[in-house]
Design a protein around this ligand. Structure first.
Ligand code: C5P
Length: 235
């Protein structure tokens, strides 16, 4: 059986400022989405990639990615109004012989191949749902609406969730089906949906390179990581 990776890439990305949809903003001369899809296609464990593109950008995205994916099977679908909806629409075109599905944000262009393959392996080893995550480095304060500190959270138990998140296909499909039936549509991550329906989710080590490009400073950081990789002869 094969593994597929869904890439929801249909968001506007307004926190990055005005301009192209976020997935199509450039990093070192290539859209964020191309970097993310290249990483997935180079990972040994990924056989099929399904991209949910911004409405009206499907043809452009397909042309752009054909030069990037090599031999990996590629499908492009039209994304939805929310990230959850984009993932649900992509799930519909996953081929029958796929039993493991990863979901990876286009906005995480620098994810290392090792993280991708570790997530797939953990699902193949029997986990329902797998999240790569990193420890929280800042001290976290819980505050009230007036800005008064109510608690200092014990950060040793906190993790920041990254992607790709990995799932047994039937687990992810049933979580999305149940969510749609219950009118839930704003889940910001797929493992959160699986957890909501009472299934176990496990965490494995992520990578500091797996950060999400959200604000303008993140693009500067991503350029620096790429420059470091190039000078080290990686990529
Ligand atoms: O906005 P945020 O950074 O949380 O988006 C996470 C991912 O979900 C991005 O890759 C974005 O393109 C995608 N997304 C989507 N469809 C939407 C909204 C977001 O595919 N309607």
């Amino acid at each position: 059986m094969r593994a597929a990776a869904i890439v929801p890439a249909a968001g506007r990305g307004e926190r990055l400022g005005p301009g192209e949809p976020k997935a199509l903003r450039e990093l070192a001369g290539q859209p964020l989405l191309a970097h993310a899809v290249r990483a997935l296609s180079e990972a040994r464990s990924v056989d099929v990639i399904v991209v949910a593109a911004p409405e009206g950008e499907e043809a452009r995205v397909a042309t752009l990615l054909h030069t990037v994916v090599g031999d990996t099977e590629l499908h492009v679908v039209t994304g939805g109004k929310t990230r959850q909806r984009s993932v649900a629409l992509a799930l519909r075109v996953i081929p029958d012989d796929v039993d493991v599905v990863l979901v990876h944000d286009a906005a995480r262009p620098l994810v290392p191949e090792e993280v991708i393959d570790s997530v797939t392996s953990a699902v193949r080893a029997g986990a329902d749902a797998v999240v790569p995550a990193v420890p929280v480095t800042d001290t976290v304060k819980q505050v009230d609406t007036a800005g008064r500190v109510e608690a200092t959270v014990d950060r040793s138990q906190l993790r920041t969730a990254q992607t790709p998140q990995g799932f047994a296909r039937i687990v992810l499909e049933s979580a999305h089906r149940d969510a749609a039936e219950q009118g839930l549509e704003d889940a910001t991550d797929d493992a959160g949906l699986v957890e909501h329906f009472g299934r176990p989710v496990i965490v494995i080590p992520g990578s500091e390179d797996g950060f999400k490009v959200t604000r303008p400073l993140d693009l500067v950081l991503a350029e620096a990581v790429l420059a470091r990789r190039r000078s080290a002869g990686v990529n």
